[in-house]
Ligand binder design. Structure first.
Ligand code: ITT
Length: 193
């Protein structure tokens, strides 16, 4: 089956290809299909934004689409960056945005955080379904590690060994993360192994 990933985020696209290609799916990013859309994320929730992104690509391609709206919620920051994770405080780079989170927690003892991933799947007939996963952990004292993307260098998952997600092999993230949990629900729905 052919799947289009409605995303321009190379980190996400790699994770989806790593998961779905070994199962026999033909996975393309929207860019590989020549769909150079930047959908405005005007929703108030991960689910609303996931739906907006998937619907825009489905309307252009009319085939199976997966979108992913995700982000980091930090308890002591009132849930920020949340749905604004990709553009937190208008800062231009992932490093700048990670530093803003670290700075926001400078005098905080509560470092609890969670990643959230909401997947929207639209089938060939245009029917949409939503799947959501969470990954709980804490914010590290400083950046560490080179793997993954986004906030991975400052996130230490509760079910990891104390290292940041970016310090662990990508295979750990692909079996434990917020995205892995949402994908598992999607797989069950698709009846894939
Ligand atoms: P698309 O909308 O094109 O998919 P995006 O990066 O703008 O790409 P989002 O609006 O969903 O996607 O924002 C997600 C941001 O949340 C992402 O840029 C990271 O900063 C962060 N994020 C999400 N999942 C993550 C993960 O697994 N590891 C680290 N950071 C993550």
């Amino acid at each position: 089956m052919e799947l289009i990933i409605a995303s321009n985020n190379q980190g996400k696209i790699k994770e989806y290809k790593d998961i779905f290609e070994p199962l026999g799916f033909s996975v393309f990013s929207q860019g590989e299909k020549g769909l150079h859309l930047e959908v405005e994320e005007t929703g108030a929730t991960f689910a609303e934004n996931a739906l907006l992104k998937a619907r825009a690509i489905y309307d252009a391609a009319r085939c199976c689409v997966i979108s992913d709206d995700s982000g980091l919620e930090v308890a002591a920051l009132g849930g920020e960056p949340g749905i604004y994770s990709a553009r937190y405080k208008g800062l231009p780079t992932e490093h700048d945005r990670r530093m803003a989170v670290l700075k926001g927690l400078r005098d905080q003892t509560d470092r609890r955080a969670r990643f959230v991933c909401c997947i929207c799947y639209i089938d060939e007939a245009g029917e949409s379904r939503l799947f959501q996963g969470e990954w709980h952990g804490v914010i590290a004292p400083a950046e560490a590690g080179e793997n993954g993307f986004g906030y991975d260098p400052i996130f230490i998952a509760d079910d990891a060994d104390g290292r940041t997600t970016a310090s662990l092999p990508l295979s750990f993230k692909e079996t434990h993360s917020h995205r892995a949990k949402a994908v598992a629900q999607l797989m069950a729905f698709l009846n894939a192994p």
